[in-house]
Design a protein around this ligand. Sequence first.
Ligand code: NAI
Length: 760
Amino acid sequence: MKDGGIERVAVLGAGVMGSQIAALMANAGLEVDLLDLPQGSDEAGRARAGLESLGRMRPSPLFLPEAAERIHPGSLSGTPELTRVQWVIEAVVEDLQVKRSLFERIAPGLGSSTLLTSNTSGLSIAALAEGLPADLRRRFLGVHFFNPPRYMKLVELIPGPGTDPSRTEEMSTFLRSRLGKGVVACRDTPNFIANRLGLFAVMDALRRMEVDGLTVEEVDAVTGPVLGRPRSATLRLCDLIGLDTLVHVARTARDGLEHDPGRDVFEPGDGVRAMVEAGLLGEKAGSGFYRRGEVGIEAIDLATLGYRARRSVRTPLPIRGHLGERLAAVTVGEDRLARFARDHLFATLGYCAFCAAEVADSLEDIDRVLRWGFHWEAGPFEQIDLIGASVLIKGLEEAGTEPPELLARVAASGARRVYGGDSGRRSVMAPDGGGHRPLRASGPPADADLLSGAEVLRECETARLVRLGDGAAAIELRGKLNVLGPGSLAFTRDTVAEGGFDLLVLTGAGEHLSAGADLRYVLQRIDAGAWAELDAYLQLFQKATAGVRYAPMPVVTAARGLALGGGCEFNLSAASRVAAAELRLGLVETRIGVVPGAGGCKEMVRRFGAEVDAFLPALQAGRMSDNALQARAWGFLDDSDDIRLDGDRLLEAAVTRARELVSGGWSPPQPRDLPVAGPDVLERLHAGIDAGAAEGRLGAHDAVVGKALARVVCGGGARGTISEQGLLDLEREAFLELCGTEATRARIAHMLETGKPLRN
Ligand code: NAI
């Protein structure tokens, strides 16, 4: 499918969203004109301020600070020059008249095939399109990004009455393949899907809180993980969004939904209104439902608008375990908080069922919106299947609400489920309840689908080999964070050695490539004093990464999520890499008091040779990249490696990359002697570490680990060159020696317990 050849875009409005959307586009390598109103006599003043605001945001919306050079601030006054861009993204204030008159002004300056989209949170696309020339109306649609656009997967796509379907398709392809977004097509109804249904959930909890007299903490305690929603639950989420924005967007729903049974829910209660009037708008105002007080977090008392220390809430409702069990506990719980959670859950799911046919073409789209846009563990219709439609119907009836027809149809269907269907195929109920139909994929198959559908050739507990077809296969690392224990290491070593394929992809199941060594295994060996076993584990690790490096066929990684420690070492050892742009990668071993022991040091020396200053600081600090472009700038990825914003779909690109290598005459690399920095540099590095320790910049154990690391990367102080095996031996020795120290043991144990590094 064409993506329209979009290479330059204009973003109109350099506020919260406009500037971040500009960053998203610049991250994707596009040139961006960022335009806003003049600031006094400074035509590009506001746009420049928007651009500068990016540098202050944490985490940064930009992958690399240099990407800002692709964003060109300019002015919206007069008739801005827009002929060079293929896509104009409007992100000015949420006001129909402002947006319309802006369109009127820019229309004459647009190229004849330029796309025009609005980032409106919920205004009518048809109303926005009124007044546009007919030709432009065919190229106009709603493209609704969520905040923060770098991280939020969801983009709602809302064609207007005159939009040319092929332009909508083109946009959808671009958003998915170039920006890596999850695209959901919505109907042009007030607030579309996310801000209708997700906001209903928020507003319903707010109203019930005021009616039932619950505290802020009580509401959050039972509307977060208990219901399969993020820990920010309801009120921390409100503080993040900003209460003024929330009330404004809710008003669009209320104004546009005259006969909607949920209409009153979109009306804020007295307490929320009073907060808005008092400027207690949330994080941006410093105070909202919560604020940071002198001695810690405080919560508001809605009756007085005063703040008091945050209280912890006890509830028997589970926050862990299978979501079905959590929801079941809510439906039968009898205490005050359980009743609140149940009434809120039923009202929310009931409302979703009520609106479904009006807002979406398919129920799975609604589920995707709530998962991608609000981070719910399961969408409303997946939740209805977990609870049971008949339980929900009964609950709504008891609350005096008429259950929507759709629920009755689900309950009357053969399997009594939204998903699954009578014939047991993967199907979903139609939004109007008119029977089940096959599920529709959102875009081309994701890697997870390809892997789960592929033929399994061999497997062990923590790894599988699957056939990808046409001489290609993939090793899939599995288990918790795909950590690398003896099982998956031996599996990888043997699979690569056995060959039988033209090419191999190395990837991880789920969200990550691998978080690295199996620390539990390592700690057990340390505690048992089983040094020979630990040495054998390291040797196996080195054989596995070396197997990947010297394999008779190219091994290409498809890496997303975490590639840390040993995961990073596999990535470094591959013939080439396809990486998700959001890859978090690093040789982070010093955080647990060891050095990279499976070829990580060797690979960095192979890349940088004697230039240790170019990579050693990253290893000493155990740095983890914020994204793949940063990792490349640090030298952990090569210029020829493929970095993709669509992190869900890397496999195919990895296979293509490997095929290119094969057809380009690739042959396995041979181990060689590597130039090393030698004794003088090592002496300088050690002196620097001693000085750092003396000045208190480095902890005592950091100095010990730092010196060991410096020794390895300098080739143990050898002059000239050292063999690759020589470097591997140095890595292993240093690793084992450090494992023998109490401080390293403490670091490993702490990491296992808390997931955080111990500074000792
Ligand atoms: P904002 O208030 O941060 O920025 C709006 C920008 O519009 C400002 O830079 C302002 O100078 C400019 N502007 C104001 N009046 C104008 C006029 N008459 N002509 C041209 N430009 C004008 O707003 P924000 O939050 O960036 O929202 C922009 C759009 O994105 C709105 O439609 C909003 O509903 C939507 N949106 C906002 C989200 C959010 O979380 N803030 C999330 C998703 C969509």
